[in-house]
Design a binder for this molecule. Structure first.
Ligand SMILES: [Zn+2]
Length: 457
């Protein structure tokens, strides 16, 4: 054979072996999807969490039950080791709640409300006061003390429904909830009523955390359903002097303790390098926490089961983490990263599933240049499963603490048009999760982690 022909032969051999290796990986990805779509373990785990640990806010008995249940689920999934990591958490309890419009024009009407997390409460008798509608903090500032002092402030800025990215819609509306009470208190407001942060027009009030400022008076904060926000706004136009009787006797108690739940498969050749996959185990007290974020938790547990069942032996140590207290003060993610740092662990990558568990669309990577290109090129393995969106983007708040340690941040991206219909409300139930959508996501996450570890991306 001439040297030219030998060279050609070697090139062919190289291309063929590359294709065979590629086929091998595709076969493993297929086997992960096959197993996920024919086994109900994760779906039933989610059912258990929704039915038996409903309303698992940090520090609650339901949260303790969820910790023990997922610890056992990780053992059953075949994790090499499983343990709990102690996390300080706030202790907040909802009280009696009610809100009535008292109008000489329309007569009385009850509004559907729910206290915001970590809000201070009213007295048992509540607050009876005039109400003033605003849409943003600039408007609040312009109205100033003379118009606001002694009144309840009603924040009524809706989602921008023209935005296709519903997370951007949420981002454009949510500061009323997180900071509205602190801002309104600066002008002497007695309490705030905040339009629920959802693009749905319905009667579910959506809770979520509110944050006070140290040097500002703490006033009660509640969310009102979007339909009732529309009603109240309409009433105010004809009867600006109407009054609101608001009762919300929630309370804050001294901090308490809960746990992150961690399970891992020890790495074969690089056991000192870690890939973390997680969701958050806590859920709002009015919700079953199916989409937010029981689904993300069981997908992480399912990744462990899928690796074990299909015989994948990862190079790196792969962890499933149920983070505690994402919703209130985010201590679970912080403690996990702090302890990892103390132990000198090398965190290679981290993935968070906390955008609900509707049908998978793809993954977001916080990477640049050729690394981003290589990660996005992994979409070829997901073509047969209709999962096309591999793009630049963020991971999630729990894993964000691992970023300064060099961990690649990955966000699981499901379909998001309906997510905020459920988010932080009593509408976030097990019935809103579809078995195939949940498991397509589980398989996609397991496949992505397998590929990133295998290809050293
Ligand atoms: Zn969440």
């Amino acid at each position: 054979m001439s040297s030219k022909r030998v060279f050609g032969f070697l090139i062919c051999l190289f291309l063929i072996s590359g294709a065979v290796i590629g086929q091998e990986k595709s076969k493993i990805v297929s086997s992960l999807f096959d197993e996920a779509l024919t086994n109900e373990t994760a779906y039933r785990q989610l059912e258990y969490l929704c039915r038996n640990t409903k309303g698992r806010i940090p520090g609650s008995a339901a949260a303790a039950e969820a910790v023990e249940y997922t610890r056992q689920a990780l053992i059953n999934a075949g994790a090499d080791s499983v343990w709990l990591q102690k996390v300080p958490v706030p202790h907040w309890e909802r009280g009696k709640e009610g809100c009535r419009i008292i109008s000489s024009v329309y007569g009385p009407a009850d509004l559907s409300i729910t206290a915001l997390g970590l809000s201070v409460g009213t007295s048992d008798d509540g607050i009876l006061s005039n109400i003033i509608e605003v849409h943003d903090f600039d408007e609040l500032k312009k109205l100033g003390n003379k118009n606001i002092e002694g009144k309840i402030v009603f924040f009524n800025r809706p989602f921008d429904n023209k935005l296709i990215n519903t997370f951007a819609g949420y981002g454009g509306a949510v500061n009323q909830r997180t900071s509205g009470a602190a801002e309104a208190a600066k002008y002497g407001a007695l309490a705030v009523l905040v339009r629920s942060a959802t693009n749905a027009l319905d009667n579910f009030p959506h809770t979520g955390v509110t944050r006070y400022q140290d040097d500002v008076n703490k006033i009660p904060a509640v969310a009102v359903s979007t339909l009732d926000a529309e009603l109240l706004s309409k009433y105010l136009k004809s009867d600006p002097l109407l009054k609101i009787h608001l009762i919300s006797t929630c309370r804050n108690f001294p901090d308490t303790w809960s746990y992150n739940v961690i399970g891992e498969i020890k790495g074969d050749s690089l056991p000192g390098e870690y890939i973390t996959v997680g969701g958050h185990l806590d859920a709002w007290d009015i919700a079953e926490g199916a989409h937010d974020d029981g689904g993300g938790c069981v997908q992480a547990i399912e990744m462990i089961r899928l690796f074990k069942k299909t015989g994948i032996r990862p190079k790196r140590t792969i962890r499933a983490v149920m983070f505690m207290n994402e919703e209130m003060t985010g201590t679970g993610g912080r403690i996990y990263a702090e302890e990892a740092k103390k132990k000198g662990e090398i965190h290679y990558a981290a993935l968070e599933s906390d955008r609900g568990v509707l049908s998978p669309r793809g993954f977001l990577f916080d990477a640049e240049g050729t690394r981003l290109e290589k990660l996005c090129a992994l979409s070829q393995y997901f073509k047969p499963f209709n999962i096309p969106d591999f793009d630049k983007g963020g991971g999630g708040s729990d894993i964000g603490h691992l970023k300064p340690m060099g961990a690649l941040q990955i966000g699981y991206l499901p379909e998001i048009q309906r997510y905020f219909y459920y988010h932080h409300s009593a509408n976030d139930t097990f019935e809103q999760v579809n078995f195939r959508e949940l498991q397509m996501g589980s398989a996609a996450i397991a496949s992505l982690i397998y590929l990133i570890d295998k290809l050293n991306l």
